[in-house]
Design a protein around this ligand. Structure first.
Ligand code: SAH
Length: 237
């Protein structure tokens, strides 16, 4: 059986797993002394380690070597998505992580009716860590919050390609081609975008893109757009 993977805040020669990870490791996975595990700290590296202690205090593991991860995408993709209602933003963070994004920004905008707070942001970061662990990624996407669309768009300034999925643009059959460089992709919340917001994005160098003749739900749009970008970048084959 492949060694189990654990997220740790900081890597060291000797690592103590968090209370939550330790409980899971002992009670569910039945790990004991001598078992091999994989540790990752979200930075893109992962480590083989051996359990040296498994008792009531938790699980301690000793790192034996660093492994290169070959699961990271070669293309740097930044998803900007409007804050969504209920647990929809969590769904988007989970799927975006699986699809290989390196950064996720959640923003508030004119027609956005969901709100964010520190707790919700922390939960999104946990979702990203869990998703990275499950899909065997060694790096965890950074998750940020922007109070306004303007700030969010500004954060995407340095990306080579800037895409703005806009529901009121005509489907012109142009599609989304790979540019060979980094990409920032913007998707609105349930309420969509206003004309002014689209104009602002255009002024900042974003290209409006259509996702076809049907209006997709925000979470569908985000996942579909990322899948197309990753496919064009050669990541899904
Ligand atoms: N409330 C809006 C729809 C918003 S859909 C309305 O009734 O028209 C949520 C977001 O998904 C949009 O802001 C856009 O970013 C994306 N989206 C959905 N369908 C799309 C399409 N056909 N083309 C481009 N973007 C789309």
């Amino acid at each position: 059986m492949a060694p189990k993977r654990f997220f740790v805040e900081e890597i060291a020669d000797e690592v103590v797993l968090s209370a939550q990870e330790s409980r899971h490791a002992k009670n569910v996975l039945r790990l004991s002394e001598g078992d091999e595990v994989i540790l990752f700290d979200g930075s893109g590296k992962e480590y083989s380690a051996v359990v040296t202690r498994a008792d009531r205090q938790g699980i301690t593991a000793h790192v034996v070597r660093e492994n290169a991860s070959d699961r990271e995408p070669k293309t740097d993709v930044f998803l900007l998505v409007g804050a969504l209602k209920g647990d929809k933003t969590e769904l988007v963070v989970q799927k975006a992580t699986e699809l290989g994004v390196t950064r996720i920004g959640v923003f508030s905008s004119r027609f956005c009716s969901a709100y964010m707070n520190e707790n919700k942001l922390e939960r999104l970061r946990r979702v990203a860590r869990e998703a990275a662990k499950q899909c065997l990624r060694a790096s965890v996407p950074q998750v940020e919050y922007f109070d306004t669309l303007e700030e969010a768009l500004a954060a995407g300034k340095t990306y080579d390609a800037k895409l703005f999925a806009c529901e009121f643009l005509p489907a012109d059959g142009r599609g989304i081609a790979d540019t060979g460089g980094s990409v920032v992709a913007v998707v609105g919340s349930e309420g969509g975008f206003s004309e002014e917001e689209y104009e602002l994005a255009e002024t900042l160098g974003y290209a409006g893109v259509s996702l076809g003749r049907r209006i997709l739900r925000a979470e569908t749009a985000a996942i579909a757009l990322l899948a197309v970008i990753m496919y064009e970048a050669g990541e899904l084959r």
